[in-house]
Write a new protein. Sequence first.
Length: 296
Amino acid sequence: MGTDKITETPLPLPWQQSRILIISGLSGSGKTVALRAVEDSGFYCVDNLPVSLIGSLIDQIARRRGVKHIAIGIDIREKEFLGNFNRSLSLLRKKFPVEVLYLEAEPEVLVRRFKETRRPHPLGGIIEESIRTEMQALSVLKNNADKVIETSTLSPHALRRLISSLYAPTSGHKDLAVSLISFGFKYGIPQNIDLLFDVRFLPNPHFVTELRELTGKDKKVSEYIFSYDVTKQFLIKLKDLLDFLIPLYIREGKSYISIAFGCTGGKHRSPAIVEEVASFMSSDTIERNVIHRDIS
């Protein structure tokens, strides 16, 4: 393989503090958005580079003045790399500070995205079958990734902002990116959640006629929910828990977590809680991404 030819010549000292990022994942999950986001953050980006050229490309770019970070897009078409991923990655990491970012989304979301854009899947054929084949083929890559981001609930803008928060230059770097997600259990639980809270025990504005058509983002709904002692007590305990957990996640080296709050329909209680949590989670070291999955 081409990576066998990587030389052992040490890189210049400043480059040893830089980042080499391999971005991959399921087709339609946002790889192009991620590449553009890191490019805007100062990375030199190359998409679908043959594996045999990765080592020599990094060698050449690493010695250019003004280039400190490289991002390389890899997908299902690079079979040489995927066929022996563990060995390929190990050889690269012997010399370069390589990280792997893997993007994925729920199959039904990927199907919808392909149909909306009217683009064929890279593997061709029936989209649903191609997605299943790709998930299986890329499983080894996902299992060895440094970060896995589930993009089903993220708009391109939200994904771009999240990626920028993770890989922006040090001057704007955040210690942790937190996605706060509201959802309705009746529509299913979001995938790849780190923390999940069921808030269906809170008073439900759905049964108040003048509040039914509003959402948890509206002041009247929020005031109703937070007028109850049970809500106030829950927020106090939740804040204590997050104040305890967040520093531990950062110390452990996590750079991205998702916290979901679910109620019955995802319209009133969970959005109100997410908005409140976002307000007290404000920090210079935390990037917050608020996602209300089931309300427009």
